[in-house]
Ligand binder design. Structure first.
Ligand code: PMM
Length: 275
């Protein structure tokens, strides 16, 4: 299994804070450093919420939120990579200049005509995520012929597009976009049949952290979905994911150590030598 961990650093304003941008950035930097210390290999920094029904944010505002955070994290946590969660070329350009090495686009390079070329030129890694509809409307009536086949075909087409735009194929990650235009059943079937996406030949990122399908299955409010996040992330890795995107890095790191020790007797032997 040995999954890789991407820690989520959201720099979206806190309505309870009157400290404005500086306080928001300071808090996000501190949080990112904690996630790095807990074992995140990549910190995914985002300045615009993609939650269902969320309002869009302008590029200037979004860049102003993420750039100071990325600069500080690159300076203080040089061993940890930074990814920028955006669909806008202007934001990605500023984030790359600040030190981001991956562009994570929930629209799979379809929202901004300049983004693919920018990633190609800068030589960044690119995450192509599947979404049906747009964040505002995506949960209204999600429908597929076969959720896994449809998403595999979509991702195959987006890989071809990115490569045609000059992105090196070995830089591309794919992501089925858990919760983005999917019912609970769609999400569960995707997680169950994740291995079928491996035929695309690219590494797979999966984000289930605190998402609403966990709430629907357990009844837990968003702040109490850690158990469901751990279960779904570990099973995603067992079923073919290479990396999981999570808010709670420490608990996932521990869960993966235990899962690996159970599944792989060599890992277990190395650990029992140490204790
Ligand atoms: N989920 C969210 C935002 N960005 N990016 C990728 N690649 N995959 C995801 O599943 C994903 C994403 C929404 O979650 P958040 O609002 O809790 O960050």
């Amino acid at each position: 299994m040995r999954g890789r961990l991407m820690g989520i650093v959201n720099v979206t304003p806190d309505s309870f804070s009157d400290g404005g941008l500086f306080l928001d950035s300071a808090r996000a930097i501190e949080h990112g450093r904690e996630l790095a210390a807990e074992g995140a290999e990549v910190l995914d920094v985002g300045g615009e919420s993609t939650r269902p029904g969320a309002d869009p944010v302008g590029a200037e505002e979004e860049a102003a939120r993420v750039v100071p955070v990325i600069e500080a994290l690159r300076a203080r946590e040089p061993a940890t990579a930074v990814s920028i969660d955006t669909s806008k070329a202007a934001v990605a350009r500023a984030a790359i200049a600040a030190g981001a090495g991956t562009v994570n686009d929930v629209t799979a390079l379809s929202a901004d005509a300049d983004l693919a070329g920018l990633c190609a030129e800068a030589g960044t890694d690119v995450v192509l995520m599947h979404m049906q509809g747009s964040p505002r409307t995506m949960q209204e009536h999600p429908a597929y012929d076969d959720v896994v086949d449809d998403i595999r075909a979509f991702l195959e087409a987006r890989i071809a597009f990115a490569v045609a735009e000059g992105v090196a194929e070995e830089r591309i990650w794919i992501d089925p976009g858990i919760g983005f235009g999917k019912t609970v059943e769609h999400n569960l079937e995707l997680l169950r049949r994740l291995g079928e996406l491996r035929s695309l030949g690219r590494p797979i990122l999966v984000g289930t952290s605190r998402k609403s399908f966990i709430g629907k299955l357990t009844g837990a409010p968003v702040e109490s979905r850690l158990g469901g996040t751990v279960a779904s992330s570990v099973l995603a890795l067992a079923n073919g994911a290479d990396m999981v995107r999570v808010h709670d890095v420490g608990p996932l790191r521990d869960a993966l150590r235990v899962a690996d020790a159970i599944l792989d007797p060599e890992v277990a032997a190395r650990i029992s030598d140490r204790v």
